[in-house]
Ligand binder design. Sequence first.
Ligand code: B3K
Ligand code: ZN
Length: 868
Amino acid sequence: MAHNPQAKFRKDYQSPSHLISDIDLTFDLHDTASIITAVSSVTQQKESSTLVLDGENLKLVSVSVNGQPWESFEQSDTNLTLNDLPKEFELVIVTDVDPEGNSALEGLYKSGGAFCTQCEAEGFRRITYYMDRPDVLAKFTTTVIADKAVYPFLLSNGNRVDEGEAENGRHWVKWQDPHPKPAYLFALVAGDFDVLRDDYTTKSGRKVDLEIFVDKGNLDRAGHAMVSLINSMKWDEDRFDLEYDLDIYMIVAVDFFNMGAMENKGLNIFNSKFVLANDQTATDTDYLGIEAVIGHEYFHNWTGNRVTCRDWFQLSLKEGLTVFRDQEFSSDLGSRSVNRINNVRTIRGPQFAEDASPMSHPIRPEKVIEMNNFYTLTVYEKGSEIIRMMHTLLGETNFQKGMKLYFERHDGTAATCEDFVLSMEDASGVDLSQFRLWYSQSGTPTLVVTSSYDEDAKTYTLKVVQSTPPTHEQEDKQPLHIPLDIELYTQSGDVIELQCNGNAVRNVLDVKDSENTFVFENVSVRPIPSLLREFSAPVKLEYDYSDEELIFLMVNARNEFSRWDAGQMLLAKYIRTNILNVQQGQPFELSAGVVDAFRGVLLSDSLDPAFIAEMIALPNHNEVFGWYARVDIDAVASVLKSMKLTLAVELEDELAAVYHSHAQAEYNVEHASIGKRTLRKVCLGYLAFTEQGNDLVVALYESSNNMTDTMAAMGAANAAQLECRESLMSDYSDKWKHDGLVMDKWFALQGTNPDENVLDKIKESMNHQAFSLKNPNRTRNLVGAFLNQNPVHFHDKSGKGYEFAGEILRELNSSNPQVASRLIDPLLKYRLYDEARQALIKKELESLKAMDNLAKDLFEKVTKALEV
Ligand code: B3K
Ligand code: ZN
C-alpha cells in the first residue's frame, strides 16, 4: 500500500472543536447515485476557524456556509477541511454515493432489494462529510425520497412527522428523532416488506408501537422476535427500572449484514438470522440467539444510546455492560446455570485464545488502526465479566444504585468507562481503585491455589498466587483485584461456614496481591474446596484436585455451575494425560471411576435435562488448544475422538435409554422442551459412533417435525461420517436450496465435514445456488466453519487449507474487508503450531501483506501477527 494506515491512541483524546446541535438530512435514493443533502447547525467550541470533517468514498457535489457557496476547503481521501469559518453557521453539504456498488456493507448500501445503512463505528462518513465521532450529539431530522412502488416503506430514526408524494412516482417520509445522538446511531431503510405489528404499554403508561419488517413472505417467521422484544421491554423495567422513551420501536431484518444487529435509535437493523424463526427453519439455539440479540439491542437504548461513549476506546462501556444485561435477561428467563456455562465456555475458549494472540488488548484498548477490529470477544464478553465482577463485589442492590447514579450523572451525554466505575464506587462505597486495572491490563491471569489443613489447630489455609503472563502489546503486569468465590465441604457434603479471625466471612475472597493467604478457623475436618464458583473472575485456575475430589464435587457442589466445572476439570485431566500418551505411543486410558461418574449424571432423575446435556458434553478442539503454548493438533483430535468413542461404548445402553425416554411428540420453545431435545442431541452425538448410530440418525431425520431434531440428526451424521450423510445432505438441499438462511446450516456442515476431501466439497458448495461470497452469513457458515471448526483439515500438513483461506481473504479484502478481518483470526495464531505449519501460514500472511490494496482492517492484524 502507498501509505501505512495510522493508529489512533486513547491518550490523544481531544474534545471536539465544534458542536452540531441539529442536522437535517435529505436522501434522494437511487441505486447507483443517491444524493444526500446534509444541513447542519454548527457552533465553534475551541478557538479555531477550521473544521475537519470525516468522509470516505464520497463524491462531493457542493458545500455552502450560511447560504453562500464555500470555496475555502481542502479534500483528501478521508477528510474535508473547511477554512475561514465563522463562530456559528449553517453548513450545507451535498454528496453522491453508490449504494449498489457498496459491497463493504458500511454506510448506505443495498441488501437484496432494500436500501439500508450501517454506521457504527465509522460508517456515517460514507454517507456525508461529518464530525463522525461519538461525542458529537445532534438532533436528527431525516427525509427519505424514493420510488413508491419499489420502496413503499421509508424509515428512519425517531417519529414519523410528515409524508407526501413527489414527481415520477416517487414519495417521501420525514422522520424526527427528539433525542440527540451521535452519527453512529443514525439509520435509514427503504424497501418493501411484510410487517408484524404489536404494541407495548410501558409501566408509566406510554403506548409504544412495535413493528418488525421482514422480507415478503416471511411473516410467519417474525413471531419469536416480537415476543422477545416485549419480554425485553418488560424485563428492563422490572430488573433495571428502565423504560422505553419513543412512541415507536422498529426492527428491520436484512440478509446482507456484517454482524448480528445494530441498535440504531428507534430503528434497529438486524441480520435476518437474529429475527427469522419458525419450528421448521430454526433450531432451539437459533430461538435463544434471537431472544438474546433482540434483548441486547433493546437494552442498548439506555446503555449505549441514552448514555453513549465519549470515544471508541470506551466501547466496552456500552458493550460489556449491555452483554452483561443480555446475559442476565437470558438467565432470568431461562436456565441461569446453562447460560453461565455457555458464557464461560466462550471466555475460556475463544476469549482466552484472543488474549494469547497477537491481537490481545485490554477491554479498553489503547491503540487502534481500524475500529471495526475491536468489536471483539475481549471488549464484549470479557467486558461483561468485568461488569459481572463489580456486580459480585457490590451485590445486586448496590449495583442497581450504581446504575441509577450513572444515569443521573450521564443521561444524554457521551461518557467514559471511568465515569461508570466512579458511579458504582460512589453509590456503594466499595473501593474499586485496584479493580480499575481490569480496564487497562490485557491477558488472562492465572490463579495457582494450594491448600493445607492443620488437624490440631482446626485451621484450613488456602494460598492463592496470581500472575498474568505478558501479552503481545503489554509486557509488564500488576496484581489485579480478583473476587474469588469459594465454598468448603465436609466429606459428607455439608457446607462449612467460613470464619476468619473469629468472624464469619463471605464466600467471595478479595485476592489483591501476588501472594495471598486465607486462614479459615474452626474447620473440624479436612474439607473439599469448591473454587472460583460461578467463574467469579475471568482467570485460569490451577488446583491439584484428585479424581475423587472432582467426582465428589460433580455430585455434591451446591450450585450447578460448580458441578459442571468439576466434570470439565476431570475430563481435562484425562485429555491432558492421553495427549501425552498419544505422543509417547501409549494407549488411551480412562478410569472406570470417571465413566461411572458420567453414568451417574446421565441417569440422574433429579437434574434438569438441559444441565445433564452440558455435563456430558466434551470440550471442543479449540478449548483444548487453549491449554497449550504449542498445540499438537493431531494428538488433540485423536484424544477427543477416543474419549467420545470410549464414553459412547461404555455408556451405550444408558445413552440409548435416555435418548428414547426424552422423545417428545410436539415442538415448543419452553425451557423444559428445549432441555430434553438438547439432551437427546448430545446422546445421539455419542450414539452416532456406535453400531446403532446410522439407524438412529435416519429414524430421527425421517420422523423429525422440527429443525432442531433435523439438525441433531444431520450434525451426528456429519461428525461420525455415517453412511446416511450424503443422502440426508442432498435431501435437505433439495428442500431448502431457495432459502439462504436455512441453507447456512447445511453450509456449516460442509465446512465442518471430517471427510478427507472436505476442501473439494467446500469448493463445490461455493457453486451451490444459495451460496455467495458477497453474503457474510454464507461466507461465515461455509468458510468460517472450515477455518475455525475443522482443525484437522484446515491445518492439513500439505498447507492446502491455508492456501484456500488466503485465496478467500484476498478476494474479501476488496469486496468486504470487515468480513475478511473476522475470517483471518485463526491464521494470526500460527505460533501455536509446529514449525512446518507456522511457515506455511506465514507465507499466506506475507502474501496478504504484500497486496497493493490491503485494507486497513487486514493491515492491522497481519502486521501485528508478523511482528511478534
Ligand atoms: N453495536 C453493534 C455492533 C457494531 C459493529 C460495528 N462493526 C451491535 C451490538 O453490539 O449491539
Ligand atoms: Zn452491543
